[in-house]
Design a protein around this ligand. Structure first.
Ligand SMILES: *[C@@H]1O[C@H](CO)[C@@H](O)[C@H](O)[C@H]1NC(C)=O
Ligand SMILES: *[C@@H]1O[C@H](CO)[C@@H](O)[C@H](O)[C@H]1NC(C)=O
Ligand SMILES: *[C@@H]1O[C@H](CO)[C@@H](O)[C@H](O)[C@H]1NC(C)=O
Ligand SMILES: *[C@@H]1O[C@H](CO)[C@@H](O)[C@H](O)[C@H]1NC(C)=O
Ligand SMILES: *[C@@H]1O[C@H](CO)[C@@H](O)[C@H](O)[C@H]1NC(C)=O
Length: 403
């Protein structure tokens, strides 16, 4: 990970104590004044003509300008089971629909069952260059993607009438052929009726030895959600064992977005029905068991999570509450709650770079989409960046950062 902070900016906090406002002002104001590709945040519009919005991140953590690049695929809308209407906001009901590695960006096209791959500009990370053509996913309604740089493998989770995960190798020339790794018999339709009984996220864990998939249960029909763990055959190869191991940790119902706590086999996964869970992945059995359950008072749909290296904590968002909650990395307690006053109806995907937290609100059609930027050291909002001028609206979903 590169840092675009100059040593000057990093150094001052130790002298100035709590007068952070001055430090920020002492740092260069413009987006990318130093050499190198700079930091960029990406959001998927998930519109009919799907696009990636890329916005440069300044040294002060704020967003400046931005541009859009089409993915060559179509976005999608899951169906909201309570209204039978297209679901947006939270159109894909997933975490990780767009991700970045050290060189590439991957984005799902839920409406055309493909995965797009881009090279990130070497002199300017805001610029994206499509690599090859979007790859066909052998399933329906892809909503989440994970990449392992160590194994040059990318895996996609899809949750329509044909649900499962498929993986392909990737090279500088593009994506290989996608092969199904796991099938999930969810009895879904295309587009799926959610947000319950659908895939939430795929991600790699435990030093990229395993692919994790979180699948939401449906409390109304007593359908149990689960965590699927799929082991690679050996330390180097990109082929998997033929069967995954599934666990439904007791007391969980709607497992959603997850993070792997660094240097451990512990997983922190939100549960939309009550808050968050701290889970252990047993590397002998591949079973996932609950260690701690954290009920968030007044929560409605706690679904997205991101790890903060700067604070050694996890931040979570709620699709129906305009606030940011910070939880200790062992899942034992809430460390801070930030109620936002910017008029957004709720927050979905979340990303963190250093001390800065970025949370996406797709709005609701009336209230436009925006990214809220929070300085986690100061515990306050420093920017509310409108996305409507860049073509992102209530269907937008998925966010990633290159740094
Ligand atoms: C990178 O590209 C964006 C979009 O074209 C532009 O706004 C920004 O100024 C560029 N950054 C640099 C350092 O050239
Ligand atoms: C992670 O994997 C790499 C290579 O596969 C290995 O060298 C390293 O020791 C592993 N780290 C841990 C913490 O297991
Ligand atoms: C779900 O389980 C509860 C408790 O066992 C039961 O009362 C209820 O009827 C079940 N609902 C359905 C739809 O099966
Ligand atoms: C993993 O599971 C095995 C078999 O049930 C058990 O013996 C072992 O103690 C477990 N490891 C941890 C770290 O819980
Ligand atoms: C959109 O969200 C705003 C709050 O940000 C709320 O006042 C408004 O009623 C919502 N509109 C719809 C169509 O849900």
């Amino acid at each position: 990970m590169r840092s675009t902070f100059s040593p000057f900016c990093l150094w001052i906090p130790f002298l100035a104590g709590f007068t952070y406002a001055n430090i920020i002002n002492a740092c260069p104001k413009g987006p990318q004044e130093s050499s190198g590709p700079g930091k960029t945040i990406y959001v998927q519009t998930n519109e009919q003509q799907n696009s990636i919005v890329s916005i440069p991140i300044g040294h002060d953590g704020k967003l400046y300008g931005g541009m859009t690049t089409t993915t060559g695929g179509r976005g999608g809308d899951s169906i909201d089971g309570t209204t039978n209407k297209p679901a947006g906001p939270d159109a894909l009901s997933s975490q990780g629909s767009v991700i970045v590695t050290d060189k590439y960006l991957f984005a799902v096209n839920a409406g055309s069952n493909t995965l797009s791959m881009f090279r990130i500009g070497e002199t300017n990370s805001t610029h994206l260059y499509m690599v090859g053509k979007p790859a066909i996913v052998p399933g329906e309604f892809p909503v989440t993607v994970a990449a392992s740089v160590k194994r040059d493998v990318v895996c996609v989770g899809y949750t329509g009438a044909k649900a499962g995960t498929s993986c392909a190798s990737f090279t500088p020339e593009g994506l290989g052929q996608m092969k199904q790794a796991v099938e999930f018999d969810l009895g879904q339709t295309t587009p799926p009726k959610g947000p319950t009984n659908t895939l939430a996220q795929v991600f790699f864990t435990a030093n990229d030895t395993r692919l994790i998939t979180t699948v939401k249960g449906d409390p109304n029909t007593n359908k149990t959600g689960f965590v699927s763990v799929l082991l690679f055959k050996d330390s180097r190869s990109s082929t998997f064992e033929s069967l995954d191991t599934r666990s439904s940790p007791s007391g969980t119902a709607v497992l959603f977005g997850g993070v792997n706590i660094p240097d451990t086999s512990d997983l922190f996964i939100t549960d939309a029905s009550f808050g968050a869970t701290f889970l252990n992945l047993n590397l002998t059995t591949d079973k996932v068991s609950i260690q701690r359950k954290l009920v968030i008072e007044g929560q409605k749909a706690t679904c997205w999570a991101a790890y903060s290296h700067a604070r050694e904590s996890v931040f979570v968002t709620d699709a129906a509450a305009n606030r940011l909650i910070e939880i200790s990395e062992d899942g034992s307690k809430i460390m801070s709650t930030l109620d936002l006053k910017n008029g957004d109806p709720g927050l979905i995907d979340i990303q963190i770079s250093g001390r800065f937290v970025y949370a996406l609100s797709p709005g609701n059609g009336t209230t436009p989409a925006a990214i809220t930027v929070v300085d986690s050291f100061q515990g306050r909002q420093i920017q509310h960046f409108m996305l409507n001028k860049l073509g992102a609206g209530k269907r937008s979903q998925g966010m990633a950062i290159f740094e």
